[in-house]
Structures are given as structure tokens and as C-alpha cells.
Design a protein around this ligand. Structure first.
Ligand SMILES: [Zn+2]
Length: 297
């Protein structure tokens, strides 16, 4: 009868994946139903996702095709590796290096940064090209999988989810896996784009993170904590990461965003003026990290 039940205005809105309450329409984006939980405020995509969502989203085009992904992921390798070392220094305030799993590791640059800081890790990554690049060029251990289906061979001291949480298509399955992979007292480092931040509230549907169906969850600090609490993990520290990005990545994202707007699309060509190799500090008003600890027993 209806080929796209999720697009129909009157299809029931699925319950909030964090607290199971009802939701109401949130932002208006053609073809998508962006809704907001009336109890915890969690934002999520109410459209049903296809079975092959992960393969479709994280094919090679995501890492090299621009758009809402990356123009050339590996060009940012050294920056990402430095980012890994920076994130490792955050974890070091709470735990000595041990064994870790990095979920959504891509080519393993961030994981390599953790290894520079003394961690021993395995990366979980659905994209085969990224895995082979990382194995060949960085010598990191990368296995096929994603947050929803991975299982650590041995319990780990740390799970890293960097630029991952907004993309999860089955939040419960993913966080259950995280909890089961951790030793008692183990840590999970998560970064996320804060729905309640000033840039998010200012830009509304024009905020760069409103890019379904790649991004399907929009968290604030409270609903993020509630989602982890369901699996027995609780926040022990939080802050804003230092993030440096390449000019080419900023230009590509800007061009994509400007192109989406009828009013601003004539200016998309100006993004060509941003030098590709320029290193830009990303103003991280909307990017946060949280360190969660699993209950001891
Ligand atoms: Zn909720």
C-alpha cells in the first residue's frame, strides 16, 4: 500500500530509543521525520532505516566523496592521530593504558594515537577499504563489524566511540555491546555533537549535524547519560575536545551545506578559496566528550 511508511505524515512515531516516551515533530527537513522526545528531549530520526543502512552509509563514498562525509579521509591522518593522543591524555586522568576497542575506527588513525600513548587496541570498522588501509599503512589491528554487532574477544579497559554515537541505528544493541565488552570499572569515551549547544539552537535545521540518514540521533548531555545508565555506565568526567581540521574538509562540508540552501547556493563556489592544507582550529562549542565508567560489579 505505502512504499515509504516512514514518510507518511500519519504513521505512528516510534517511542524514544532512550527513555521509551512519546515524541513530537521537531525540525522540518523534506523526506525526513525528525522528532523530539517529549520527556527527555532526545532528537531522533523516525524514518525506518533500510536493512543495508551501514553498507550504504559507510561505503567508500563516505570517506572520499565529500557531501556530509569526508572529501579525503586519509589526508587528515596525522591530525586524527594527534587527536587520538589528545583523547588518550583525557583518559589518562582516570586510568593507566591497557586494552581498548575503538568502535567505528575507520583507518585507525585515532586508535594509532592511543597506541602512541601506550594503549593496545583493536578497531572495529565496517568499511573494508578503511580496514585494509589501516592494516597496511599504520599496522593497526582492525576487524570487520560495527557498534551493533561487535563483541570484544576479551574484556577491555576502554571503549572509544569517537564521532560514532549519532550514527547508531540500534542504540540499545550498541550500548549493550559496549557494556558487555568492558571489564567492571572499565571506561567508555564518547564524543558527541550537543543538540542543546548554542550553535545547534541558533542554526536549527541548518546546523551541520542535521544530516540524516547518516546521523540519526541528536543527543544532549542528559539523554546521553540516560542512554548509558540503562547499561550500567555513569559519567565521571566531561569537556570539549581540541579539534583541528583541514581546510579541504571544512570547504567540502560548507559547500554541501550551502548547496542545500536555495538562498545560499550561489556562494558555494567561494568555498574553493579555503586553502586545502590549512589547519583550522574547529570552534568546538557544539562538540563535547564524556567519559563513562561501568559499575564495578
Ligand atoms: Zn526520551
Amino acid at each position: 500500500m505505502n512504499a515509504h511508511p516512514g514518510f507518511a505524515g500519519h504513521a505512528p512515531i516510534p517511542a524514544c530509543p532512550v527513555c521509551r516516551s512519546g515524541a513530537e515533530p521537531w525540525l522540518s527537513k523534506p523526506g525526513y521525520r525528525l522528532v523530539r522526545c517529549t520527556a527527555c528531549g532526545h532528537g531522533y530520526l523516525a524514518n525506518p532505516l533500510p536493512r543495508d543502512h551501514v553498507e550504504r552509509q559507510y561505503g567508500d563514498a563516505y570517506f572520499n566523496g565529500g557531501g556530509d562525509g569526508y572529501p579525503d579521509y586519509t589526508a587528515s591522518g596525522e591530525l586524527l592521530r594527534a587527536q587520538g593522543r589528545h583523547l588518550a591524555s583525557i583518559v589518562a586522568r582516570h586510568a593507566a593504558p591497557g586494552r581498548m576497542a575503538d568502535i567505528g575506527a575507520a583507518a585507525g588513525f585515532i586508535l594509532k594515537g592511543f597506541e602512541d600513548a601506550g594503549w593496545q587496541g583493536t578497531g572495529i570498522e565496517p568499511n573494508a577499504s578503511m580496514r585494509s588501509y589501516g592494516r597496511e599503512h599504520l599496522g593497526v589491528d582492525l576487524v570487520a563489524g560495527d557498534a551493533e554487532n561487535f563483541a570484544a574477544q576479551h574484556p577491555v579497559d576502554l571503549v572509544a566511540m569517537i564521532q560514532v554515537i549519532g550514527h547508531l541505528h540500534d542504540l540499545d544493541a550498541a550500548l549493550r555491546n559496549v557494556a558487555q565488552s568492558l571489564k567492571p570499572g572499565g571506561l567508555c569515551l564518547v564524543d558527541y555533537w550537543d543538540r542543546t549547544s548554542l550553535p545547534a539552537r541558533m542554526f536549527g535545521v541548518g546546523w551541520h549535524e542535521i544530516s540524516p540518514p547518516s546521523v540519526v540521533h541528536w543527543f544532549g548531555p542528559d539523554d546521553l547519560a540516560a542512554a548509558f545508565a540503562r547499561q550500567g555506565l555513569h559519567p565521571i568526567d566531561s569537556g570539549r575536545p581540541k579539534k583541528i581540521v583541514l581546510g579541504s574538509h571544512v570547504a567540502s562540508l560548507l559547500k554541501h551545506k550551502l548547496g542545500e540552501s536555495r538562498l545560499l547556493s550561489p556562494f558555494a563556489g567561494l568555498t574553493g578559496l579555503i586553502p586545502a592544507k590549512l589547519r583550522l582550529p574547529y570552534p568546538t562549542l557544539d562538540l563535547k566528550w564524556v567519559l563513562f565508567r561501568k559499575e564495578a560489579a
